[in-house]
Design a protein around this ligand. Structure first.
Ligand code: AMP
Ligand code: AMP
Length: 338
């Protein structure tokens, strides 16, 4: 099938603009699925979005599936898929889907994800089990991709017990709070070339934790400010080259191990290692995101790292479309779809 007959489709949110711009640059037809409140935004990009498929609410998405299959669509998942459609809907989807759905469980379930990270030989913050004595500062995280929403910190057992009394989430994890700077490394693994590519790096701008240093501690005393981690934006980074070496080696191991844990394909396509780097230059991985992350949105026109590999601007969204195109050329499309 020629690429001109294939439509690249995604949900209108998160990194849709990047994904569809990249698909158009690679020669595909494009469509966005969105709710009416977003029509104005997406129709203003009719230079690369061919069709807008409106649904009243996100849960209506399955009604579109037949039509999408008819027009040879390939869905590109991003952070909003599980958040808006739910895990089951996401897995049940009949339309061709870029990526390996079996990875979703390993991403969502924090226990499984931890096993994956430990087997990959990467440092992870200490995790406290139920009943363990809390002997350091901790961060409490709910399950699922939520962009840091609803996380909280506690300095000791007493504070943790106190705060858990009013915490409504049923499933959460209590993790050592690592003092250091957050650095998010974005990668792409090609099952065709069998290579991991470093795409870009960002840090998040999180409210209110990133603003606390603006007020001296003496002025904060007496007002009850709790650090929260809700992401608002992403800031690009160029990382010390000596640290890149380790990050790239970690990404390689994460891919290798994924092939054993989630056989036969393992993780492929875009992914992100979310790290905290300490003052002794230790890189702790707090999460593996097994899909395109919104931190790549800054790099629609490419990053310093993609410039090293490509002659043209290469966003992560465009890299996905390029992989699909290469797969078609090599008659390997099945390799990249689920
Ligand atoms: P949205 O469709 O923008 O609401 O995003 C879907 C999911 O991805 C939500 O759970 C968000 O918290 C998360 N998300 C959105 N934007 C970002 C971002 N810039 N960085 C990290 N996570 C994000
Ligand atoms: P996550 O949802 O795991 O990407 O975490 C969201 C944000 O919470 C990160 O960007 C960090 O600012 C913070 N965070 C998460 N885990 C830790 C940790 N173990 N130590 C320190 N900060 C953390």
């Amino acid at each position: 099938m020629g690429i001109k007959n294939i439509t690249i489709v995604t949900l209108g949110s998160h990194s849709a603009l990047q994904i569809l711009k990249g698909a158009k640059d690679e020669g595909f037809k494009t469509a966005v699925v969105c709710t009416p409140d977003r029509k104005t935004l997406y129709s203003s990009y009719d230079n690369f979005i061919d069709d807008i498929l409106l649904i009243d609410k996100w849960s209506d998405f399955p009604n579109l599936e037949k039509g999408l299959i008819k027009r040879n669509s390939i869905i590109i998942p991003h952070g909003s898929f599980v958040a808006y459609l739910g895990m089951d809907e996401n897995k049940k989807m009949q339309v061709a889907y870029f990526g390996n759905k079996a990875v979703l469980d390993w991403e969502e379930n924090r226990k499984m994800q931890r096993e994956w990270m430990e087997k990959s030989g990467i440092k992870v913050p200490h995790k406290f089990r139920k009943g363990d004595k809390i002997d350091r500062s901790v961060i409490v995280k709910s399950y699922g991709a939520a962009g840091g929403k609803g996380y909280f910190t506690a300095r000791n057992q007493k504070e943790l017990d106190e705060k858990l009394k009013t915490f409504s989430e049923e499933r959460f994890m209590v993790q050592e709070y690592v003092i250091g700077v957050p650095v998010y490394f974005h990668f792409f693994y090609s099952p065709l070339s069998k290579k991991v590519e470093l795409m870009s790096v960002d840090k998040r701008y999180e409210t209110n934790v990133d603003s606390l240093g603006r007020i001296p501690a003496k002025n904060q005393r007496g007002i009850s400010i709790e650090p929260t981690f809700e992401v608002v934006a992403n800031i690009p980074m160029a990382v010390r080259e000596s640290m890149l070496a380790e990050a790239v080696a970690m990404a390689d191991r994460v891919i290798d191990v994924s092939k054993r844990l989630i056989p036969p394909k393992g993780l492929f396509g875009p992914f992100c290692l979310e790290t905290i780097i300490t003052s002794s230059e230790e890189i702790y991985v707090i999460e593996i995101s097994a899909r395109i992350v919104a931190g790549t949105n800054f790099f629609i026109n490419g990053s310093p790292y993609t410039y090293l590999l490509y002659k043209e601007p290469m966003s992560t969204g465009r890299r996905i479309a390029r992989e699909i195109k290469n797969a078609i050329k090599q008659d390997q499309l099945k390799e990249v779809l689920d």
